[in-house]
Design a protein around this ligand. Structure first.
Ligand SMILES: [Zn+2]
Length: 257
């Protein structure tokens, strides 16, 4: 069979007509600078890979699931002064998500899971706004929150650090520059105590926080760490998709016990 039947970009109308997906997974990344050693498409490549592999995991267990094409533009409100970081505003994302949800809803797909791959994206309020307007069940998951990162990585920076570099060394090693080219990803911390402690929040102004656009030291990264972490993420996410495919959106809760 040419192409992966669970990846929409590679499958045919006949295959979809014969077996309508119960769950569509919409990967959503960003186009942004990732220190000096990772490409602008890092979030998209990761999202593409995780979505396809998690969907494969569920498909092979018999669930009718499909991975949609990755949306490559994320919220970059804190990076507007970094060339070619391409901002898609939350209000535009809401419009895009709404259009896709309405299409799928009218076509009989019962569940849509947004697979987020970028820290500046937040789909929760969008889903709150959209859910009452569509029949399709909406939910969101950020792939990097599926599994505790701490057993896998020694430096837990959140942008172009050890995690993302390890994952990229595993899934797209040809696109990773030698780590000798990378900056150290040193993060400057807020001066205001409440913001440093995390209970007051404002979007980070990236050029004030990091000299090389990275947050987290990438130098401990290895492809083996990336492979081990991703295997755990994909397995757990795949099991979620199996549960979601089997679930009845009208009966999602049970008494404790
Ligand atoms: Zn990233």
């Amino acid at each position: 069979m040419p192409g992966r039947p669970y990846v929409l970009a590679e499958t045919t109308w006949k295959a979809i007509r014969d077996r309508l997906p119960e769950v569509a997974v919409l990967p959503w990344g960003a186009t942004e600078a990732h220190n000096y050693h990772l490409p602008y498409a890092t979030d998209n490549l990761q999202c593409d890979h995780v979505a396809a592999e998690a969907v494969r995991r569920a498909w092979e267990a018999g669930a009718a699931v499909v991975a949609l094409p990755t949306i490559p533009f994320g919220v970059q409100a804190g990076q507007l002064d970094i060339p070619l970081c391409l901002d898609m505003r939350p209000s535009t994302q809401l419009a895009v998500l709404g259009d896709l949800a309405r299409c799928l809803s009218g076509q009989g797909v019962r569940k849509l899971a947004v697979l987020n791959g970028h820290g500046g994206n937040d789909f929760r309020q969008m889903i709150r706004e959209l859910q009452s307007q569509v029949q399709i069940f909406l939910c969101a998951v950020s792939w990097y929150k599926v599994v505790d990162q701490r057993p896998y990585f020694s430096d837990l920076g959140d942008h172009a650090g050890e995690l993302e570099t390890s994952v990229m060394l595993h899934i797209a090693p040809d696109l990773v520059w030698p780590l000798s080219e990378a900056g150290d990803g040193r993060e400057r911390r807020p001066k205001i105590a409440a913001m440093k402690e995390g209970w007051a929040w404002a979007p980070r102004r990236w050029t004030q926080v990091s000299a090389d656009t990275g947050i987290g030291d990438p130098r401990g990264a290895t492809p083996e760490k990336g492979a081990a972490y991703l295997a755990a993420v994909i397995d757990r996410l795949g099991r979620f998709l199996i549960d979601l495919a089997a679930a009845d959106p009208g009966d999602m809760y049970a008494d404790p016990g």
